[in-house]
Design a protein around this ligand. Structure first.
Ligand code: 5GP
Ligand code: ZN
Length: 114
């Protein structure tokens, strides 16, 4: 999709620190990390939010989950633990309208979120 930041990262037109990649998904470091490890997992194809990718079906959501775990392994936080979270829609504070899972770890994370 034209003018989409994460489509630009997926296509390589916008630089990002890529951690893991699969045929339909890509994981890269968040530019403004909220934890020692903070990775974003996206589908290469454009979907606005979790609702859109969930409704599309076809196993993409499972592939995103798998890549999130692979990214956690690559970051060395799979044993210490990590959080994978989607912001979806206005109340969540989602800022980038291309679905992404945040993978956070490397320190004790607070719960519940603010
Ligand atoms: P949201 O608020 O939409 O759930 O999260 C968007 C995330 O994208 C934020 O954590 C923000 O730091 C990250 N982000 C915004 N712009 C860029 C960018 O240009 N590159 C990377 N790697 N991350 C970005
Ligand atoms: Zn996009």
């Amino acid at each position: 999709m034209l003018d989409c930041l994460f489509c630009g990262i997926a296509s390589g037109q916008i630089p990002a620190e890529i951690i893991q990649e699969d045929s339909r998904t890509i994981a890269f470091r968040d530019i403004n990390p909220q934890a020692p490890a903070h990775v974003l997992v996206i589908p290469k194809e454009h979907y606005v939010d979790l609702a859109a990718v969930a409704e599309a079906g076809g196993g993409l959501l499972e592939e995103m989950g798998r890549l999130a775990h692979r990214a956690a392994v690559a970051e060395g936080i799979d044993r210490s633990g990590y959080r994978a979270v989607f912001n979806s829609g206005p109340d969540s504070g989602q800022e980038v309208p291309h679905v992404h899972a945040h993978v956070l770890g490397g320190r004790r994370l607070s719960w519940p979120p603010g």
